[in-house]
Ligand binder design. Structure first.
Ligand code: C2E
Ligand code: CA
Ligand code: CA
Length: 517
């Protein structure tokens, strides 16, 4: 599987030596070496060193510039793994040896969840190192008879030997095992990087025709589905995952009906104040209560919904449910200061947005201060659209809080933060993960917090999954927290009990180092 490793290691070592020799401190010694040559061996050595050294550097430069991902002998130059074409040919051959009943075959595709972010933060050499190490770990976790290949980007494919009886249960177990294998932190440039993978798999019995290309395509469709639901999601291929153009338009009319018939509902996820532990709000998150498929998250429908021009309808449904929830909490005597509502770019383009919101607030007799308008940082960053700018300003003017969502992913300028009178920033989940263990995460979060403090902005960290992350964020001075570690988004009816239990158990934020109970 990895027979070319030795050769690649040698290339690697040459590249590393070349990297070291090209560092400025070595280059600074060049004149001294040339002079030493003259002192030691006279003019000939002087000329040889003066001409020879630049040549050596030029050659080393060539080594360094050789593409790290070059294809060598039909294999991936970076990982030594086989590539798509030979993998598909191998799948074809292996499918011929299965009968689809007693013997079955399967293909898995792993997509690394945050490869682009790692490349952005640590550089391409680090990304390559991560891919190389992941390939080694995957190879180590598989059986001799299984085959591993590298796909484009940060993806890998696994083919299971046909003799093995693959069923859904064993595939989930294998997917989880492969996720565990890649999960251990990797040291890159002195910082620890946590790699997670989303996995999709397809059983040969579930694809329309038993060809390698179709089986791999099915596993890739499932992996894309997993990636949308990630990090660390596992999805199996079902023929209905694969939508054609005509399926899509049918899907749109289905979702329109879903909006009209109350199948799209808000689930609510609590946000806590780190000082007091009290509930400081709930975020309303859309869910589709699908008649046959169960509860679906927005990743399953929001793209189609937006493409069908239904964003405004979704906004109306969510606003109505969020305001109803505030009324219910009030009448139950529960103290919920505000509810966060996600406003899409499309909704913010609607010139009637503010009037509609005012009208609804009046209808429910709720003050605007109890609405947190969540706007993505990316929308604020490139808001050159007049209506969007005016709408956000008018919402702030009205008294609604403006929460800058997914902060850290969108490059909003300080001018924009000021211009939109942002009240709070929601630190993106990618900076919160492992903040208790990872120095670099701490440095980023601290920098965001001190910037927020100077600008007089409140802060909320999202995606808090463990008490240790919660405690570290409290220690760093983050104002509010939200995440699975506190509670998952839940139907309105479940929030009442949750609030009462939370109120009863209200205790100071957990101390750093305490394990999750
Ligand atoms: P978002 O606004 O960033 O919402 C937070 C997402 O993170 C939610 O996913 C939530 O379930 C998830 N989450 C919360 N805590 C954790 C955690 O500890 N770990 C992890 N891994 N995830 C956590 P959800 O509900 O699937 O929503 C995804 C996105 O869909 C939202 O991201 C938002 O951009 C969009 N969305 C949701 N509801 C609406 C809506 O009513 N209108 C619009 N326009 N967009 C919505
Ligand atoms: Ca949000
Ligand atoms: Ca967010």
């Amino acid at each position: 599987m990895m027979r070319k490793r030795g050769k690649f290691r040698l290339l690697d070592q040459i590249a590393r030596v070349s990297e070291t020799l090209r560092r400025p401190e070595f280059v600074a010694f060049m004149p001294a070496i040339t002079l030493a040559g003259f002192w030691w061996g006279g003019e000939r050595v002087l000329i040889a060193t003066a001409l020879g050294l630049p040549m050596v550097y030029a050659l080393l430069g060539a080594v360094r510039m050789a593409p790290a991902t070059a294809v060598t002998d039909g294999r991936d130059g970076l990982t030594g793994l086989e590539l798509r074409d030979s993998f598909v040919a191998m799948l074809d051959a292996s499918l011929l040896r299965t009968d689809g009943r007693v013997t079955n075959s399967a293909c898995l595709v792993l997509r690394l969840d945050e490869a682009d972010r790692i490349a952005e933060r640590h550089g391409h050499a680090a990304r390559n190192e991560m891919l190389r190490r992941t390939a080694e770990r995957l190879a180590g976790a598989l059986r001799e008879s299984d085959r591993l290949a590298r796909l484009d980007g940060a993806s890998f494919a696994v083919a299971l030997a046909p003799s093995r009886r693959a069923d859904l249960e064993s595939m989930v177990q294998l997917s989880a095992r492969l996720q565990d294998a890649v999960a251990a932190p990797i040291s890159l440039d002195g910082t620890r990087v946590f790699v997670t993978a989303s996995v999709g798999y397809a059983l040969s019995g579930r694809v329309a025709a038993r060809t390698g290309a179709l089986l791999l395509e099915a596993a890739e469709t499932a992996a894309d589905d997993a990636l949308r639901n990630g990090p660390g999601a596992i999805r199996s291929y079902a023929p209905e995952t694969h939508r054609t153009q005509s399926d899509r338009s049918a899907f749109r009319s289905v979702i329109e009906t879903a909006l009209d018939t109350g199948q799209i509902v808000a689930h609510f996820q609590p946000q806590l104040c780190t000082d007091t532990g009290a509930v400081s709000g709930f975020e309303a998150l859309a869910r589709w209560q699908h008649p046959t498929r169960g509860i679906l998250p927005p990743s399953e429908f929001i793209t189609e919904l937006e493409a069908a021009g239904l964003s405004e309808r979704l906004g109306e449904v969510m606003l109505f449910q969020a305001l109803s929830a505030l009324s219910r909490w009030d009448s139950e005597g529960l103290d919920v200061p505000l509810v966060g509502i996600n406003f899409s770019r499309e909704e913010l383009r609607n010139p009637r947005l503010v009037d509609k919101l005012k009208w609804e607030l009046d209808r429910f007799a709720i003050v605007p201060e109890r609405i947190a308008v969540e706007v993505l940082e990316t929308v604020v960053a490139d808001a050159d659209n007049d209506t969007i700018v005016r709408n956000i300003a008018a919402l702030a003017e009205l008294g609604c809080g403006i929460d800058l969502d997914d902060f850290g992913t969108g490059h909003a300028s300080i001018t924009n933060i000021r211009r939109f009178t942002v009240r709070r920033i929601k630190i993106d989940r990618s900076f919160v993960t492992h903040v208790d263990q990872d120095r670099e995460q701490q440095a980023i979060v601290s920098a965001i917090l001190s910037m927020a403090e100077r600008l007089g902005l409140d802060t909320l960290a999202e995606g808090v999954e463990t008490p240790a992350e919660h405690a570290m964020l409290a220690q760093l001075g983050c104002g509010h927290v939200q995440g699975f570690g506190l509670a998952r988004p839940m139907p309105l009816d479940d929030t009442f009990d949750w609030m009462r239990r939370h109120g009863a158990a209200l205790a100071p934020a957990p101390q750093f180092g305490q394990r999750m109970g």
